[in-house]
Design a protein around this ligand. Structure first.
Ligand SMILES: [Zn+2]
Length: 253
């Protein structure tokens, strides 16, 4: 009982760190002396539930100050060459590193909803794109296939996009579909299927004349974002495209 109370008094990341069994992480080893382990954390002992208000100050209390500082937020933009005339810029909220990486994985692959607050907190580090608002912009979530949706039972990107839309106050546009391997891959070899499956998209409605803010949860190589951007750019070269992700790359290579 005391342990439960103690854990609840810690911020989300401190709490996970305390119960994590993976000792190979490079998270600060001095975390035992972290302020959150002392009575100083009593001020954030009651973690507020996720609020849908666009600029909720409750998010600040989700992580203690030290955890907030330990995570690298808003790493430098990376760019993806779509074609010789067009380069897509990608802004991620953080690196795909411990402990956000573990939170994403638990959420995506094990439907661990206890990790959602921290992921939403990470999303909220993404500043609203300059000049974009609900009248001139749409968020385009990375589509998934029906097969993948059925296999997984839920779509993590859809859930995260909902919160990003609330945060930015920018609506969502779902005019692109991901080519479904169960429908389009017949007659191909395994290698061909994999190559063909790699990020194939099709438009299901004309793209709006707007800023399209592509969003994916994790941009590893950027291949999916590249293909999605290419599909949209090919449809209308005047579209303003930029991309965002919860996490990408590694800080330490
Ligand atoms: Zn903490």
């Amino acid at each position: 009982m005391w342990l439960a109370d103690h854990l609840r008094s810690r911020c989300y990341l401190c709490q996970w760190y305390a119960i994590a069994t993976d000792s190979s992480t490079n998270f600060p080893t001095n975390i035992a002396t972290h302020p959150s382990a002392t009575t100083q954390t009593l001020s954030h002992s009651s973690v507020s539930p996720i609020s849908l208000s666009p600029s909720s100050s409750t998010q600040k209390s989700l992580l203690c100050a030290q955890c907030q500082q330990q995570v690298t937020w808003l790493p430098p933009l990376f760019t993806i060459d779509i074609n010789p005339a067009f380069t897509l810029s990608v802004q991620s909220a953080t690196y795909y590193d411990y402990p956000i990486r573990q939170a994403i994985s638990a959420f995506k692959h094990h439907e661990d909803m206890t990790k959602l607050p921290v992921l939403v907190h990470a999303l909220r580090q993404l500043p609203k794109p300059t000049g974009c608002h609900e009248q001139n912009s749409f968020i385009v979530p990375m589509p998934t296939t029906t097969a993948r949706l059925q296999r997984r039972g839920f779509d993590p990107v859809t859930i995260l996009t909902h919160y990003l839309s609330q945060h930015w106050q920018i609506p969502i546009w779902r005019g692109v579909a991901r080519v479904d391997d169960t429908l389009s891959q017949q007659g191909l070899s395994r290698a061909e299927r994999l190559a063909n499956l790699e990020d194939a998209f099709t438009l299901i409605s004309p793209p709006p004349k707007a800023h399209l803010l592509l969003f994916d949860d994790v941009a590893t190589t950027g291949a999916s974002l590249k293909s999605l951007a290419n599909t949209l750019h090919t449809a209308d070269q005047r579209l303003h495209l930029s991309a965002y992700a919860l996490a990408h790359g590694n800080q330490v290579t």
